[in-house]
Design a protein around this ligand. Sequence first.
Ligand SMILES: [Zn+2]
Length: 303
Amino acid sequence: MRYRDQEMKRLLSATVFAALLFAAADARSVVKELAPGVWVRMGHRDRNQPANCGWVIFKDHVLVIDANYPWGAKEILPEIKKTTKLPIRYVFNTHYHGDHAYGGSLFTAEGAQIVCSQDCANEYRTKGQASWDKNTATGEFSLKPYKLAHPTITFGDSMAFDDGTHRVELRKAGPGHSKGDAVAWLPKERFLFTGDLCVNWKSGNNMADADADHDNWVRALDKMAAMKPATVIVGHGDLSDTGALTAQKAYLVDMISAVRKGIAAGKTGEEIAAAVDLTSHKIGSDPARNQASIIAMHKRFTK
Ligand SMILES: [Zn+2]
C-alpha cells in the first residue's frame, strides 16, 4: 500500500512536471523564427486572436503580414519589437476580414502603411467598414476604442518588396474566400502565407463572404500547390506544407460537389447541410461549422 502511495506521488509529480514543461514549451512556441528575419506569431483562438501573423525584417524596415484584431495587434507589436529595433513600414493584409485586418490602426499609429490588393481595398470601404460600424461588442473585444485604418498602398495582380536580403511577393489569388484575397510568397525561403484561402484547424472555413467564389478558390489552391512551397503558413491552424493545400482543396471540392448535387435534386441549403457529413476531413471536424458553410455556399450558388 505504502509503496503504491509513493509510486502514485512520484507519478503525479512527474505528470505535473510534464504539464509545466509542456506549458512552457507552448508559450515559447507562439512566436517562431522560420528563417533569419522571418517570423510568425501563431494565432490564439482562446483569446479571440485566431489569425496567424508574420513579419519580415528587411535591411531598414519591417513588413508585417496580417494585422490581427486590435487586441491581437496590441500583443504582437511588442513581440515584433523584441526581434528588431527597425520601424514597421508596411502591413500587408491578406484580406479585409476583421480577424486579419481590424488591428491595422495600431500599426499605422507607428507610422506603417496598410497594403492590400485593390479589390481588398474596395472591400474595406464597403463590407469591412459596414461590419465595423455594425459591431456592438463590448468589453475587451469592443472596437470602440479603435478606428478602421484603410489601405493606402494597393496592387492589381502583384507587387514585390525586395532589398536584396529579402523578397516578399504579394500575389492576388482571389476571388476565393473573399474577393480580394492575396498571398505573400517568399521565393528564397519558399514560404507561403495563405491568409484564409487555406486553414488547417478543426473549425473549417468562413464560406459566407458575399463575394466568395468557391470554384475559383479551388483553382487558387491548385496555383499555390504548383508554387511548391516548403512551408505553408495558413490563416488559422498549424504550420504546414503543401499537405495543408491538398487537404483544404479536398474539403472544398467535397462540399462543392455535395451542394451542387443537392441543388440539382431540388434541396434547400438546410436540407443539404443536414444530410451531408464532412467530418472525415480534419478541417471539417465541427459539424455545426460544416452546416453553416454548406448553407452559405448554397446561397452563393443559387443567388
Ligand atoms: Zn477571413
